[in-house]
Design a protein around this ligand. Structure first.
Ligand code: HEM
Ligand SMILES: C[C@H]1O[C@@H](n2cnc3c(N)ncnc32)[C@H](O)[C@@H]1O
Ligand code: SF4
Length: 348
């Protein structure tokens, strides 16, 4: 029996009011072709409910540029799904915040790629984007909606992470989920902005230390190495990893792509995540259940023994497993070893 997904990120539209330098979707203001119709979108929600009860993240592009986004969100919450929304925040007016609240969206993520307007606006290619996101946050707070901050980590933002954490706490965020740049979509051109592997180790160790007293939930997305580092550190400290000591992180693993998570594009293509262009199927042609349970790519990712190179030999591969999108970007094979990991497995 294949376990159902726990989390689905859905690019409800590829359209966006911004065109950020790193965007995995290369989103722009141009109206995209082949977007799921309202009817197809609601049918997709029915199909999700048929196989499980995941958190559904309404993402984009910018979900707030889609006209029927609140009809979709309402339909999903009425069906009993926990719905979150991922937005750049600039379009969250008081009216939008009220609508978000009234359709039952439980949490909103706002991207803040820096602790200052300079860094964020330059990355997001729009002067005023930082102020716009902060205003959006104020409007969410006013409407009583929980929110989290999602910064993308690159060489430009790495030194600002402590300040971003302080800012997130000061703003009253429920969580800070850092995203480590994946060189895909427009992000490919930012290859030189990726932090080097030793910096991954440093930042993830810092993250481990901060988990203990940050006061808000911290999560490193697209950094499967964190789960190795967490175990290495806990072993050194003589601590047993449990939900009591390490919370939710104790129960999950590095990358859930294909095992507990998937990404659905604006045209209905299903992928392990938004950064790995290995197609599992399209929901206009096949049922979501069939794609989730039977596609080759998802079944490959569920089988750790298929991993190649040092990830294949690594004693941490059941808790880490490497980033399959980075392996694919570097080699064209999503089962190859993770290129951004300095660890040398015990088995040679
Ligand atoms: C409840 C509020 C949450 C919000 C607003 C949120 C937001 C996001 C966003 C915006 C993305 C990126 C999707 C995209 O590519 O567009 C994402 C990805 C992800 N989130 Fe969260 N998230 C939430 C909760 C969680 C929880 C509870 C988990 C753990 C089960 C989780 C795990 C993940 C994972 C594994 C990814 C995928 C990274 C990948 O593509 O490999 N998220 N989340
Ligand atoms: C949904 C979240 O994904 C982030 N995001 C967009 N493109 C990329 C990329 N290439 N790598 C990492 N994160 C990215 C956005 O900035 C947003 O915070
Ligand atoms: S990262 Fe988000 S806000 Fe920026 S262009 Fe892509 S979809 Fe739009």
């Amino acid at each position: 029996m294949v376990k159902p997904p726990r989390l689905i990120a859905w690019e409800t539209t590829a359209g966006c009011n911004l065109s950020c330098k790193h965007c995995r979707g290369s989103s722009t203001e141009k109206k995209p072709e082949g977007e799921l119709t309202t009817e197809e979108a609601l049918h997709f929600i029915d199909e999700i409910k048929e196989i499980g009860d995941p958190i559904l993240i309404l993402s984009g592009g910018e979900p707030l540029v889609r006209d029927d986004i609140f009809d979709i969100a309402k339909y999903a919450t009425e069906k009993g799904l926990r719905v979150a929304m991922a937005t750049n925040g600039t379009l969250v007016t008081p009216e939008m915040a009220d609508k978000i609240k009234s359709v039952g969206i439980q949490r909103v993520s706002i991207s803040l790629d820096g602790s200052s307007p300079q860094t964020h606006d330059d990355f997001r290619c729009m002067p005023g984007a930082f102020e716009g996101a902060l205003t959006g946050i104020e409007n969410l707070k006013e409407a009583g909606i929980g929110f989290q901050i999602n910064p993308t980590i690159t060489k430009r933002t790495i030194d600002e992470i402590p300040a971003i954490l302080d800012m997130a706490k000061g703003l009253g965020a429920d969580a800070l989920h850092i995203f480590l740049l994946v060189p895909t979509g427009r992000g490919k051109e930012l290859e030189n902005d990726e932090i080097p592997p030793v910096e991954y180790e440093r930042i993830l160790n810092w993250f481990y230390d901060k988990q203990k007293d940050a006061g808000i939930q911290l999560k490193a997305t697209c950094a499967p190495h964190y789960f190795r580092i967490m175990r290495q550190r806990a072993e050194k400290e003589g601590i047993e990893i449990s939900v009591k000591t390490h919370g939710y992180e104790a129960m999950t693993k590095g990358c859930l792509g294909g095992t507990g998570f998937c990404f659905v594009s604006s045209t209905g293509d299903v992928f392990p995540c938004g950064y790995l262009p290995a197609l599992a199927g399209n929901i206009k042609e096949q049922s979501f259940k069939d794609i989730w349970e039977n596609s080759k790519v998802f079944n490959d990712l569920r089988d750790v023994s298929k991993l190649k190179g040092k990830c294949g030999r690594c004693e941490y591969n059941t808790v880490c497993g490497g980033c399959r999108a980075r392996a694919y970007a570097a080699t064209g094979d999503y089962l190859e070893e993770e290129p951004y990991c300095i660890y040398v497995p015990k088995k040679q």
